[in-house]
Every structure is written in C-alpha cells, then in structure tokens.
Ligand binder design. Structure first.
Ligand code: AP5
Length: 213
C-alpha cells in the first residue's frame, strides 16, 4: 500500500502515519523527521535545510525530491510506504509521479486531513515530542504521566523550535499557498480522500482505515 498523508501543520499526519505503520507494517517516510535529524546531526543536508525550517518556509524542492527518490527505492519500501509531509508543492508531486511511473508503481490513496486553523494553533503550541522514540504528547490534551518524560521509553520530551505562534502562522500561510493546491492536483487524478480531522486520534484512525481498506 502506498499512501500520501496531506494536511496543514498539526492536522495529525505524523500521528496517523505512525498508527498506519504499525497496522500495515510499512515504513512512515516523514520528510520533516528526516530533515530535523539531519539538522541535529549537523550533516550537509541539515545545513541546507536549517534556515528554511526555522523560518517556517519550505526546503527547496530539489533537496527533498532527491531524498525521497532514494528512500522509496530502498528494500524496506518494497511492500509500500506512507509519505508524511511529502509532497508539499506541485513540483514535488510531479517528480514523485515520474519516479513512481519509472518504477511501475502508483499511489493508492492521498488522505487529506482537514482541521481549522484555531485548533491547529492549540495543537502545535502544546505539542511535546519524545527525543528518542518520537511519541507525541500535548501539554493539555495528552499530557505524559510525568512532566517532560516519555511514557513509552522514559526519554526527555522536547518542543520543536518551529512550534511557536509566529512560525506556526507562517507555516499555515505557506501551506495555503504552496501545498493546498495539491488537493486539486490529486482530485483530478482521482485518488484524493478527504476527512475532517476533529475527534479522538482513534476515531480519526478508524476513518482513515475506512478510506484505505
Ligand atoms: P513537518 O515535520 O512535516 O511539519 P508539518 O507539516 O508542519 O506537520 P507537523 O509535524 O507539525 O504536524 P502533523 O500534521 O504531523 O501533526 P501531528 O501528528 O504531529 O515539516 C517541518 C518543516 O520541515 C517544514 O516547515 C519545512 O520547512 C520542512 N519540510 C518538511 N517536508 C518538506 C517538504 N516536503 N518540502 C519542503 N520542506 C519540507 O499532531 C500535532 C499535535 O496534535 C500533536 O501534539 C498531537 O498529539 C495532536 N493531535 C494529533 N491528532 C489529534 C487529534 N485527533 N485530536 C487532538 N490532538 C491531536
């Protein structure tokens, strides 16, 4: 199964992608996670990406496209994958389409998760992530048992540097300008499936499953 999760920052793409990964035993490919790791490891990729990410803008297409092209050719993606945060521009979508066509593969579904901006701001300003296993928490709606500590693996929780209100507003504007046009792009291809991302994480997951199985 080859899926794309589409939606604004904070819509729940990462949360749902992790659940899909467990359910179907296929990898979650999060360009955001890959880029953040590169930044924290100080790699060449990280150096290219850091300024764009800190500012809430998009990393240049050629950087992420090359990264994804390599990734989807890896053995672990042979049975499928979940793209979380890619593509984010029409150019990225076109390049992905060309790469898959050359591999004689297709995307099965593009799941578009819609959430209103007020809710997104609340979710992102309160988000805390585990520095080790990537589990996600929220200060108010999903607090860990012990403040600042992951319930699953005991490692420290951190707040993303782009999860402050000013950068969130910039990310939302970038989403509207650059990424939202992908909805029409995939609608025309016949594989866009939209759901409203309000409700519990498990309720949303049931809706996602109903759309892909
Ligand atoms: P990226 O890491 O992809 O960030 P994003 O798209 O802004 O999305 P988020 O990870 O913030 O949100 P999400 O939808 O995954 O929500 P989550 O599940 O975490 O990208 C970061 C940056 O990297 C970009 O700004 C850009 O610079 C660069 N980049 C990445 N990909 C790129 C690309 N392709 N091209 C160019 N640049 C790229 O949930 C959010 C919170 O809500 C959590 O606290 C969670 O617990 C909570 N939550 C989830 N579901 C629910 C629910 N149903 N109800 C209540 N709370 C919920």
């Amino acid at each position: 199964m080859r899926l794309i999760l589409l939606g604004p920052p904070g819509a729940g793409k990462g949360t749902q992608a992790k659940m899909l990964k467990e359910k179907f035993n296929i990898p979650q490919i999060s360009t955001g996670d890959i880029l953040r790791k590169a930044v924290s490891n100080g790699t060449e990729l990280g150096e290219k990406a850091e300024a764009y990410m800190g500012d809430g803008g998009l990393v240049p297409d050629e950087v992420v496209v090359d990264l994804i092209k390599e990734k989807i050719k890896e053995d672990e993606c042979a049975r499928g994958f979940i793209l979380d945060g890619f593509p984010r521009t029409i150019v990225q979508a076109q390049k992905l389409g060309e790469t898959l066509e050359a591999m004689k593969l297709k995307i099965d579904a593009v799941i578009d998760i819609e959430v209103d901006p007020e809710e997104l701001i609340v979710r992102l300003t309160g988000r805390r992530s585990c520095s080790d296993c990537g589990a996600m928490f929220h200060d108010e709606t999903r607090p860990p048992e012990q403040a600042g500590v992951c319930d699953h693996c005991g490692h420290k929780l951190f707040q993303r540097t782009d999860d402050n209100k000013e950068t969130i507003l910039k990310r939302l504007a970038v989403y509207e300008n650059e990424t939202a046009p992908l909805k029409d792009y995939y609608r025309k291809q016949g594989n866009l499936k939209t759901l409203v991302g309000r409700g519990s994480v498990d309720e949303i997951f049931s809706q996602v499953l109903a759309l892909v199985t």
